[in-house]
Ligand binder design. Structure first.
Ligand SMILES: C[S@@+](CC[C@H](N)C(=O)[O-])C[C@H]1O[C@@H](n2cnc3c(N)ncnc32)[C@H](O)[C@@H]1O
Length: 263
């Protein structure tokens, strides 16, 4: 952790977040903590994908990246090695596994990932249910090409790669879908872009949809966006687990509730 905003909020999270389902007075959130956040259940895909992560972390291939977003705090310049992206620019193993478990538990069938990068987290989502459909959105051509090769190597048939700026590809995709089940927003971490993507997605969110925002404490702007999203009238329940902010729209939830959980 290299930025003071992140560290300050991490310390606050350590003090205030609940460590288990005990004392969580929401049956839905209690079940999530038991079945998703704290489950020791073994999934066979985890070993295979953890091996792939190791391979990517040793991959010397150089890619020229056209970054259409807020960029990286750790990697500068257009030329980046696959191993550096795998180390510094993608979701951690813990985060990817959490997304797999969440999609698996919620039985998410229509999944959108904003920011595919090398495609590793996309693969986790793809393995969560072979009957699901994953839309993987990415701006950089070289990353799209790299991830497509990975998907082919792993014989994934439930992933559709979409290249272009989220500002065009997200509304285009949403206009073709009647709804989505899980949306993972993991690219272009600015206040304005985050709210823009959230507002676009709202039109196709149902009572069963979940939106996961990565890096809500990456910057003051991201935290401001997260706080505003929590207040939106359509949002019924939120879970802040520090590195992810999760938003639910459940009709069953009569009063808005916000939880902080240590995962
Ligand atoms: C953090 S990485 C995604 C990591 C990936 N979800 C994973 O965990 O493996 C963010 C990606 O979003 C892409 N991106 C950022 N802003 C974008 C935009 N406005 N349009 C399209 N792609 C964008 C970047 O090129 C980058 O590859």
């Amino acid at each position: 952790m290299s930025n003071s905003w992140l560290i300050k909020n991490y310390i606050s999270h350590l003090i205030t977040a609940k460590r288990s389902g005990h004392g969580v007075h929401s049956p839905f959130v209690y079940k999530l903590t038991e079945n998703v956040f704290n489950t020791q259940q073994h999934f066979y895909a985890f070993e295979e994908l953890s091996e792939l992560r190791k391979d990517l972390r040793e991959n010397e291939t150089e890619l020229v990246i056209n970054d259409m977003g807020a960029g990286s705090q750790k990697m500068q310049g257009a030329k980046r090695k696959v191993k550096d992206i795998a180390l510094h620019g993608i979701s951690s193993q813990k985060q990817s596994e959490l997304l797999f478990k969440l999609a698996n538990y919620l039985k998410s069938k229509v999944i959108i990932e904003l920011g595919t990068s090398l495609g590793l987290t996309t693969l986790y989502l793809s393995y969560s249910d072979t009957n699901s459909k994953i839309y993987a959105l990415e701006g950089s051509e070289s990353l799209i090409e790299f991830s497509k090769k990975l998907f082919a190597k792993k014989e994934r048939t439930n992933i559709t790669s979409i290249q272009g700026n989220f500002d065009q590809t997200l509304p285009q995709l949403l206009s073709q879908l009647s709804s989505f089940d899980l949306l993972y927003i993991d690219g272009n971490h600015t206040y304005e872009a985050t709210l823009r993507y959230f507002n676009l997605a709202l039109e196709k969110a149902t009572s069963d949809s979940v939106i996961i925002f990565d890096d809500i404490y990456w910057s003051k702007g991201m935290t401001k966006a997260w706080e505003e999203i929590k207040q939106h009238e359509k949002v019924k329940l939120t879970i802040d687990c520090f590195y992810f902010g999760m938003v639910f729209f459940r009709d069953e939830q009569k009063q808005k509730e916000h939880f902080k959980i240590f995962i």
